[in-house]
Design a protein around this ligand. Structure first.
Ligand code: BGC
Length: 570
């Protein structure tokens, strides 16, 4: 019945369909890690694991969701802002009318394992330092919440990814939990944990979402604290490498972007109240300054060694870097002292790990101020640190004004007991005229103000002034804690998050301006976070999600900011 041309056409169409169907359900297979030198897959000890959990104390479980849940079809649309109130308008309508993102711009939402997975003690996971801190350290978490259950994302990831697919972002940036893979930090592998992440990666691939994957987001295995004090000890480097190489070997095929470490600057706050001697054995590293800079040193070396292995030995197919934590510092005035204070502020945050982009070493200001508190790199180590990031990743949430410390920098820099040591600058969210720098976030994130213009200035400053060797930069996290969101008693009020929507609109507009007007090569941006989660010391009351999480029913509901973000990218 068909003419031969029509037949050929039908066959071609069928072939196309078949290949599309194939594309729709890709087959996923992982590189074998069996037999590798870092897989002594023997003597997995349940008793030892129970002892570790005993140190943490009783862990809560969810009454219903205790196994992986198959997803149901996502609705074709979600309840969203209606005719009575629009989303937030752009302040740069005309300027950005023709502006376009680069075609391969990486964007999506971000998260981290401990902050949303829950299922803390399930399927052979070992405890991390955060299980211990949230359970046992008095006053550690403001609302006494823990990561025990949270969103139970560990079991609900399939539905979460189905929703991400409908959101339409090409990337998702979560982290893997080290103690789910190596419950003791090293040694035996937990097969159930590994199988779980196999499924997570496969499910992302199935949904057409590319992982930008963090290997470490602060959840150091508790066993390694017990053994030698976590990141204060150089032994952590090999244990981290063992774990990180294991994961990369297995998943590299599907992961175009690797983040070795989430924000090495976390050493500042997590190690400044380093509770050795109270919660786990004391290894003789004093709390505060000493622990902080040892942690930073070992973190940077661990990253650098991984990165060099990734490219030189493993020949990975993707890119690798670490995510920096940093904020824009606006000098209070143009005085030499205020400009120097701004530079000093950058030195202690980004410069601390900035040897990657220069000589592999620490800035002179850190050496001068910290003296023996700052560990030293050997010449060989500097070579390893140098050039170990494929691009600059910045988690840029806010901005500060900065000025000269009253009494001058010298008096502080020479006195280790000075309250402003070692930065010795005056950082503030109050402008020179006395007005606040931007609208405040929730009280649980008092450091955070909405300062969209800051991100544009920051992107230029990082790439043109601080580290000119940087070729491209991604804003790997930005986000906002809507004030008082947890106080609402119904989900409809909580999901009208106008301040977060305004923050996102402003930040995205300014990131685009950095690209189009300032010619900064920004290649990605990720909003924190997929839904509300455990905000570390501030607990679950401080919410950063684009979806509202009901901690009782586990229901996730898109907020106005979800639509704001999606529309912006559309
Ligand atoms: C961290 C996240 C955190 C977010 C908001 C980022 O610096 O990577 O873990 O939740 O800030 O405070």
């Amino acid at each position: 019945m068909f003419s031969s041309t029509a037949r050929a056409l039908v066959l071609a169409l069928l072939a196309l369909e078949a290949s599309a169907a194939q594309k729709g359900t890709p087959t996923v297979s992982f590189n074998s890690t069996a037999g590798s030198t870092y897989l002594p897959n023997k003597d997995y000890s349940n008793e030892q694991l129970a002892m570790l959990w005993y140190q943490v104390g009783p862990v809560s479980t969810h009454p219903v969701v205790t196994a992986t849940v198959e997803p149901t079809a996502e609705p074709s649309s979600y309840a969203g802002p209606g005719e009575f109130h629009p989303l937030v308008a752009s302040n740069y309508g005309e300027q950005l009318a023709e502006a376009k993102l680069p075609a391969d711009f990486a964007w999506g939402l971000s998260s981290s394992a401990y902050q949303l997975e829950g299922a803390a003690r399930d399927e052979g996971r070992g405890p991390s330092i955060w299980d211990l801190l949230s359970h046992r350290n008095p006053n550690q978490v403001a609302d006494n919440s823990t990561g025990d259950v949270l969103a139970q994302h560990y079991y609900l990831y399939k539905q979460d990814f189905a929703r991400l697919k409908s959101f339409g972002a090409p990337y998702y940036s979560p982290s893997i939990s080290w103690p789910r893979i190596f419950p003791f930090g090293k040694g035996p592998v937990n097969e159930a944990g590994l199988k779980h992440y196999d499924d997570v990666i496969a499910e992302l691939v199935k949904n057409g979402i590319q992982p930008a994957l963090s290997l470490f987001h602060w959840d150091t295995p508790l066993a390694l604290f017990n053994q030698y004090g976590g990141w204060t000890n150089p032994q952590i480097i090999d244990d981290y490498l063992n774990y990180a190489k294991f994961i990369i070997t297995r998943y590299d095929k599907y992961v175009p972007i690797w983040f070795s470490i989430n924000e090495p600057q976390y050493c500042n706050w997590q190690y400044s109240y380093y509770p050795a001697g109270k919660l786990y054995p004391d290894y003789g590293v004093g709390p505060g300054m000493e622990a902080r800079f040892l942690c930073g040193h070992h973190t940077l070396l661990a990253h650098a060694k991984l990165s060099k292995w990734y490219h030189n030995e493993f020949k990975g197919r993707g890119r690798i870097t670490f995510k920096n934590s940093g904020n824009y510092f606006q000098p209070m005035t143009n005085s030499t002292a205020d400009l120097a204070a701004a530079q000093r502020s950058y030195d202690f945050v980004l410069g601390w790990f900035g040897g990657v982009w220069s000589d592999g070493d620490y800035p002179q200001s850190l050496k001068d101020t910290l003296g023996d508190l700052l560990p030293k790199f050997t010449e060989k180590e500097k070579e390893i640190v140098k050039g170990s990031c494929d691009f600059f990743a910045i988690d840029a949430y806010t901005a500060f004004y900065v000025g000269e410390l009253s009494g001058g920098v010298e008096a502080c820099a020479g006195n280790k007991t000075h309250p402003s040591f070692p930065e010795c600058v005056n950082q503030t969210a109050i402008g020179p005229d006395g007005f606040g720098i931007g609208p405040a976030a929730d009280l649980g994130a008092s450091w955070l103000k909405n300062t969209p213009v800051g991100v544009r200035k920051f992107l230029s400053h990082i790439t043109k002034v601080l580290f000119p060797a940087v070729k491209d930069i991604q804003v790997t996290e930005f986000g906002f804690a809507e004030p008082f969101e947890s106080d609402y008693t119904n989900v409809q009020d909580a999901t009208w998050d106008l301040r977060r929507s305004d923050y996102i609109q402003g930040f995205l507009d300014n990131i685009l301006l950095a690209i189009t007007e300032d010619k900064v090569n920004v290649t990605g941006a990720y909003v924190w976070s997929i839904f509300d989660n455990f905000e570390w010391g501030s607990g679950i009351k401080t919410r950063f999600g684009l979806q509202y999480l009901n901690y009782d029913t586990l229901e996730r509901t898109p907020k106005a900011s979800w639509f704001q973000t999606r529309n912006w990218f559309k």
